[in-house]
Write a protein that binds this ligand. Structure first.
Ligand code: NCD
Length: 495
């Protein structure tokens, strides 16, 4: 079961059943949507639509869904009508809209992770406002995915055993990315991806899905049951050569459909610019307008689900408990190593085997993670010969400080070769080892310039460590959901 009130990302769903339930709830709303009415006894609530990027379908269908549900509505189209242009933050904007009475807040924005961030801000602010992601940059469009799946369910009678072709701008569009991540949960789904060079889908989105073919040619789609066409997102493609190269690449017309499977359906989230030839606009195989119509009942169902059930917030990831693996105690006099290059300390922490020239970065990091102030006594020993590894190392000595486990484990994840030694002041030395934490809080900068953490000064970064058994694991930004290699995140930290 999907427990939360908010709908933020198709990645938040634990299984196919929870997606299926929501799709079917949308199907049950179809008669109400056609009659433009609400199920009896629906409470009077307020919906706020904050659309900072252009929209015809998503905005219009959310609005109509709210009107059908007899809701009061507040619509904002474009940042220029808001104090965001005066540099008010997303967080403060969310607080204001909640205080003006929003029960449901639908956000469309170019900032990736913006909806998740607003949901968290409002939960911290003590407001039970359901946030629905109406599209966040290149990242997610989960309510579009629900109506896409409803279309497939109605037209094909199933969400399993399908060969689905995704075609067009798979690098910059969010609809295909959102859909493929939901499709992971269904049985026997085969996917064919068709995109020109430079517009291919990021490999992280293909994980867990059976991609049977990747091609630049539309011919690869001939065996598909469903062809999901997308527009080139020219507003997000900065490279002029690529913009010129992709225009007119894929045009679906009758001639092409006639060589596809006889029962193929062609879907498109719309708007379509040139991808759908006018000669198939009324062809029964081209279902994009029917698909768009399912936006209203789908969104009625998502809103009704949130308003008819007790509010369940999504929260933020939390610090792990029990990060310490062990603390091996050694008597100092038995260490047998002469001390060179620094003044030994009696109580405090020594971080040894830092990579060369990394002591300053490590210190800055600890200043962020702990209460160590910039006037705390420290010794940074740089570029000394390492006995353990070939080459040079840095060492950091902090008197009178015991690092909290979270800070120590985070430092050890960032610099896996370090050893952390604590001196409790009783002639012993504790060599501490830590588990890789599940998340890294407030340290890495997100390398995606469109991530909300690079736009809202209040938004601290959170990265999920994807493989906690591998030092140097890839990390996923909690907000924009992009994966980054460990070395790129660390390089930015040390730059
Ligand atoms: C899409 C979007 O905004 O991501 N439109 C929509 O919501 N139906 C697709 C697009 O703009 O190409």
């Amino acid at each position: 079961m999907y427990p939360y009130s908010h709908i933020l990302s198709t990645n938040d769903f634990p299984d196919g059943a929870s997606i299926h339930d929501m799709v079917v709830a949308g199907q049950k709303m179809v008669p109400y949507a056609l009659a433009r009415s609400a199920p009896t006894g629906f409470p009077t609530k307020k919906g706020t639509l904050l659309f900072l990027e252009p929209s015809t379908r998503t905005l219009g269908s959310f609005m109509q869904a709210m009107l059908n549900l007899m809701m009061r509505t507040h619509q904002i189209s474009g940042a220029e009508g808001t104090s965001l242009v005066k540099k008010e933050s997303f967080a403060d904007t969310a607080r204001m809209l909640a205080d003006q009475g929003a029960d449901v807040l639908v956000l469309r924005s170019g900032l990736e992770g913006g909806a998740r961030w607003m949901a968290e801000v409002l939960e911290d602010y003590g407001r039970e406002v359901t946030v629905l992601n109406g599209g966040d940059g290149r990242n997610q469009h989960p309510t579009q995915t629900m109506l896409d799946l409803l279309t497939i369910l109605i037209k094909k009678g199933r969400l399993d055993n399908l060969h689905i072709g995704l075609v067009g701008d798979l690098a910059n569009g969010r609809t295909a990315v959102s859909l493929i991540q939901a499709l992971r949960h269904f049985e026997n789904i085969r996917v064919t991806l068709v995109a020109p060079k430079g517009a291919e889908m990021l490999s992280q989105y293909k994980a867990g899905i059976n991609v049977v073919c990747e091609s630049e040619s539309m011919e690869a789609l001939k065996e598909c049951d469903v062809i999901y066409v997308t527009r080139f997102q020219l507003e997000r493609i900065a490279d002029v050569a690529l913009r010129l190269a992709v225009q007119g690449t894929y045009v679906f017309n009758k001639k092409f459909l006639d060589i596809c499977k006889p029962d193929v359906i062609v879907m498109h989230p719309l708007p379509s610019v040139e991808e759908i030839d006018p000669d198939i606009k009324n062809d029964p195989r081209m279902v994009a307008f029917e698909q768009a119509r399912y936006g209203i009942p789908t969104r009625m169902a998502l809103i009704a689900r949130a308003l008819l059930n007790p509010f369940v917030g999504i929260g933020r990831p939390r610090h792990d408990a029990d990060l310490l693996i062990n603390a091996e105690s050694i008597r100092i006099e038995d260490r047998g190593k002469p001390v060179k290059h620094f003044q030994p300390i009696t109580t405090g922490t020594v971080i040894d085997h830092l990579p060369p020239n990394r002591a300053i970065a490590a210190l800055h990091l600890l200043e962020q993670l702990t209460s160590i102030g910039d006037n705390h006594p420290r010794q940074l020993v740089q570029l000394v010969r390492s006995r353990k590894y070939e080459g040079l190392k840095d060492v950091m000595l902090l008197s009178g400080i015991t690092l909290p486990d979270v800070a120590a484990a985070t430092l050890q994840f960032i610099f896996p070769e370090i050893t952390i030694n604590e001196f409790p002041g009783n002639e012993t030395q504790l060599k501490k080892r830590f588990h890789i934490p599940s998340h890294v809080f407030g340290v890495f900068r997100c390398l995606n310039s469109s991530c909300i953490t690079n736009a809202d000064p209040e938004a601290a970064t959170i990265f999920r460590v994807l493989d906690r058994s591998t030092p140097g694991s890839v990390c996923r930004c909690h907000y924009c959901e992009r994966d980054f290699p460990h070395d790129q995140l660390v390089a930015r930290l040390c730059a």
